[in-house]
Design a protein around this ligand. Structure first.
Ligand code: C2E
Ligand code: CA
Ligand code: CA
Length: 593
């Protein structure tokens, strides 16, 4: 900017006698002034836009300059050195001395480039002040420049980020990470003071189902209400956090009678006797499962205690939900075993280490082979087999049942194709379908698509669905089963007699076959009532046009009875256990003779 002032004095002197030259010089000056004013205008605009304010102080001459809206920014006007102390009055205590150090360098010769943030007493504004020193040609301090910058917006953003990093914005509770941080601090404190610390994991029961029925918006609102309720337990000994979607965590430091986990959980359960009322006026009841682990008894670190509380909730889900479950080492043992089996099962799914066994079904009257039920086994490395009773429930929990179920369908259908080609086999292959498979959205579409490309008659494939699934009779399930039936597949109602068996509902179900459960057959001879019930079931089912299969027939007299009451088919150890493929092929060959 110095260049704009540089009107050459010598030129003016040399040409002073020359009038025209004087006019020329005057115009030149005018032009320079205009440029200067334009630059000054731009400079002022930049200053306005920046929102900053500056002052500078010449140490030698004492000349003080200030620019920018000091009054607007910090509430005091700074026009001269004497105004500077007034700044102190508007600054909050935080680092006020540091800030004054910076400001005071404009009047002293100490200090260098420094920068500090301070907050105004009104609390609404954050200012950053930076000061720097300019030295003269000999290196002596000559001028001080001080800049005030409004950084309130940055501070608000920082606060928001801090909130997001530490808090759950749905419930206002601290989040998982911050809870763990505080738990670790508390564990250290508890160690030094030799006091216990209890950690309770509070898991809302069946929240997924509740959420699905409410929809996401009201599901979120419910979580917010429950979280806000739990936050009421926060105090200097009790810390409440949100651990996951529907899992909350409470730590109680040095528990006393008033602030024990028991008393808190008792209070929560009492509260849950009343519903939460949503903004749409829906009243929702919740129940929770609570697992508690104690420091130092169960683990010596915060994370260890938390993990144990998690294992405890996991174990509690299969037990009594109403009580508080405390972690013990037995639980850990069981958990590790379950974990190990789950891992091995995952490997088995990857490697498809399964085989199908086939149990023959015979027509009771003619003795002709009706077909077989395909029953899966998990083949271990040592050649032994693991029963489906052991791993199917596990696979249903982990979701592994989906790939397992697909494998069963493909393997069974491939066998049907093969036997038809090889032995002209025209019998029925029954396969078991888990509720989890059936409830999957695309299950029926995928199955029918696959079957359209397979070389089998749909009547030769039977889908076994347990009574408990069909009895739910949700329109969705009925629709799915009807589509399979319409495609031509046989549908068997499995384990009839184990649930809330009611003959009246059979009429409305799209089924073709009824499998009478082994528990009936077991006492069909010894218990008259069972005999009578079985007979009337068979009669009624026949009238409905359905086929009957008696399962688990082990004795001759059971078979004789079933023949007498005209039960259509017999399946059981008496006529054949579930057997390997090549053994069943022998049954097929015998039947063909
Ligand atoms: P389920 O569908 O009721 O199958 C009949 C079970 O009874 C089979 O047990 C069979 O071996 C057994 N059984 C048949 N006749 C007799 C008998 O006379 N006496 C005795 N004591 N038992 C007999 P398994 O093979 O252990 O299968 C158990 C359950 O595992 C099956 O019960 C079924 O619910 C499930 N399962 C088997 N294979 C599959 C599959 O591929 N997918 C699904 N989702 N579940 C399967
Ligand atoms: Ca079955
Ligand atoms: Ca069965």
């Amino acid at each position: 900017m110095q260049d704009n002032f540089s009107v050459d004095k010598e030129t003016i002197t040399v040409n002073v006698s020359d009038n025209a030259s004087l006019v020329y010089q005057f115009d030149l000056l005018k032009e320079e002034n205009r440029k200067l004013a334009a630059d000054r205008h731009i400079f002022d605009k930049f200053l306005d836009v920046s929102g900053n304010a500056y002052y500078c102080y010449n140490l030698e001459s004492g000349v003080f300059h200030c620019v920018g809206d000091f009054a607007g920014m910090i509430g005091v006007d700074v026009k001269c050195v004497e105004d500077i102390p007034a700044i102190r009055d508007v600054i909050r205590d935080i680092d006020a001395d540091d800030v004054m150090d910076i400001i005071s360098i404009s009047t002293g010769d100490g200090g260098n480039v420094v920068s500090k943030e301070f907050c105004l007493k009104s609390g609404r504004k954050w200012i950053e002040v930076s000061a720097f020193l300019i030295s003269d040609d000999e290196g002596f301090p000559a001028e001080k420049y001080v800049c005030f910058r409004n950084i309130t917006r940055l501070h608000i953003q920082k606060d928001e980020l801090t909130y997001l990093a530490y808090y759950d914005n749905q419930t206002g509770l601290i989040n998982r990470n911050y809870f763990i941080e505080q738990l670790n601090d508390n564990v250290e404190k508890a160690k030094q003071e030799h006091v216990p610390l209890h950690v309770a994991l509070v898991d809302i029961d069946s929240f997924k189902r509740i959420n699905d029925s409410l929809g996401l918006v009201y599901g979120d609102e419910l979580i917010m209400l429950f979280g806000q309720y739990l936050s009421g337990f926060n105090n200097d000994r009790v810390n409440v956090g949100r651990f996951g979607t529907d899992v909350f965590v409470i730590s109680v430091y040095d528990p006393g009678i008033e602030t024990s986990v028991e008393s808190i959980v008792r209070e929560i359960r009492n509260r849950l006797k009343k519903p939460f009322v949503l903004s749409n006026k829906d009243e929702i009841y919740l129940s929770v499962t609570v697992g508690v682990a104690v420091f130092p008894d169960s683990a010596h670190t915060g994370l260890g205690v938390l993990q144990n509380a998690e294992i405890c909730v996991y174990a509690a889900k299969d037990g009594e939900r109403d009580k508080i479950h405390y972690f013990d080492t037995n639980m850990m043992k069981k958990f590790l075993e379950g974990f190990e089996v789950e891992k091995r099962l995952q490997d088995a799914i990857m490697m498809q280490n399964f085989v199908l066994f086939y149990q023959p079904q015979y027509n009771a009257a003619t003795g002709k082979l009706r077909g077989c039920e395909a029953l899966i086994r998990w083949k271990e490395h040592d050649g032994s087999y693991i029963s489906p009773m052991k791993f199917i429930p596990l696979a249903e929990k982990s979701g592994g049942i989906i790939p397992i179920g697909q494998w069963v369908i493909r393997t069974a259908v491939a066998k049907l194709e093969e036997w038809r080609q090889k032995y002209n086999f025209n019998g029925v292959m029954s396969i078991n379908i888990s509720a989890i498979q059936l409830k999957k959205d695309n299950f029926v579409d995928d199955l029918l698509k696959f079957l359209r490309s397979a070389d089998i008659d749909p009547e030769n494939l039977e889908i076994e669905i347990t009574e408990s699934v069909l009895i739910e009779r949700t329109s969705e399930i009925i629709e799915k089963v009807s589509r399979m039936r319409q495609f031509g597949l046989k549908i068997a109602l499995d384990d009839f007699g184990t649930g809330f068996s009611s003959l009246s509902y059979l009429r409305s179900l799209p089924i073709s076959t009824l499998k009478i459960d082994k528990s009936f057959i077991d006492t069909v001879i010894s218990d008259d009532t069972t005999g009578i019930i079985t007979e009337s079931v068979v009669n009624m089912v026949r009238r409905l046009g359905l086929e009957t299969i008696a399962e688990g027939v082990e004795e001759e007299d059971q078979m004789d009875f079933l023949k007498k009451i005209s039960c259509d088919n017999i399946q059981g150890y008496l006529l054949g256990k579930p057997m390997e493929e090549r053994d069943f092929e022998k049954c097929v060959l015998e039947a063909a003779v």
